[in-house]
Design a protein around this ligand. Sequence first.
Ligand SMILES: C[S@@+](CC[C@H](N)C(=O)[O-])C[C@H]1O[C@@H](n2cnc3c(N)ncnc32)[C@H](O)[C@@H]1O
Length: 378
Amino acid sequence: MTSQLSDAIFEFHAATIPGTENVLCDELRELGFASVRLNRGGIPFRGTMQDGWRACLQSRIAARIQVLLARFPCRTPDDLYLGVQGVDWKTFISRTQTLAVSAVSREDALSHSGFAALKVKDAIVDQLREGVGERPDVDREDADVRVFAHVANQKAAVYLDLAGEPLNKRGYRKVAGEAPLRETIAAALLRMAGWDRETPLTDPMCGSGTIAIEAAMWAGNMAPGLLRDQFGFERWANYDEDAAVALRLLRGKLRGAAKGTMPRIIASDRNADMIEAARQNARAAGVKLAFRTHDLVTHPPAGEKGFIVTNPPYGQRLEMAPEFPRQLAAVCSRLHGWRIGILTASPAYQQAISAKPVQAIQIPNGGLDCTFLVYDMP
Ligand SMILES: C[S@@+](CC[C@H](N)C(=O)[O-])C[C@H]1O[C@@H](n2cnc3c(N)ncnc32)[C@H](O)[C@@H]1O
């Protein structure tokens, strides 16, 4: 069985939300990964399995890290079955473990993705039970090993997921607000806004504090995965004692790279319960923020120059306060020289702000088509 500590080079795929590919690509390059390429839907890079571990620990933006196990021509269900059987599955999964398979197929003969996933699952369990009869069970909720297959253009690619639980589940969100932003999206917004990690930053509608906490972790060079108890790759059959020691060393090295100094990061909201939630989450994340309970309209952000990155109310809550976009626009218009990033699904904010956005990036969030608008206030 090949250990996860071997020097073999793999191709990885960092899965991400549409619209965030550019910033994920920048992040992975900055983190020193090799052969990083900009690609729609996810970013490929190359490295050893331990590089894959490091991506799970250090990437703030990736939703999942997957390793490519096989790529082969695939036109029919049999092609898929035989191609999957070409992988030595006992390296990753024992007969007593659990398995989850998902697939996306755009091939005519495999047009039903559920059917493609079933073929992949059958190929894996048939290989593993050969001779003995015992086979891994399927567990969609909490599988030891998660397999993903992609079939398109008469080719199939089969991946193993290193993350397990998606990487946005950092482990610090103890209390969620009304519409909490996914941690990976918050991290992507900060990079899209061009925040330099030094200029003071405010989220004046912080809710449970996600944007401010992600900002503090980034500025403090705190690897987001350090708060997680476990990743998917720690449950694979080839994760042995030596691998556990190597992972502990890597965690220690990343912990040692955290910085003590921090720019001023303010998290405010008019709802005191939200500020309490943000306070508890920040404590769990191990970051220090300045908290304020006040209304943005009566207590606008102040100071010579700063950044705002925020996610204002939308949907029903905005319908209840239709004047709010104009009030926010009036606050922004007085923040000369500030850079302001607003993630919203409502066109009312862009209509209310007279400045032209320097960026407008489409990002799906919470089932809605949102736009991240970035303004340099004159
Ligand atoms: C969509 S939620 C923000 C969610 C947040 N990004 C998170 O991850 O939890 C919008 C927040 O704006 C706050 N809010 C609405 N109007 C406000 C105002 N006038 N001043 C300050 N906060 C306000 C709400 O209390 C709510 O927490």
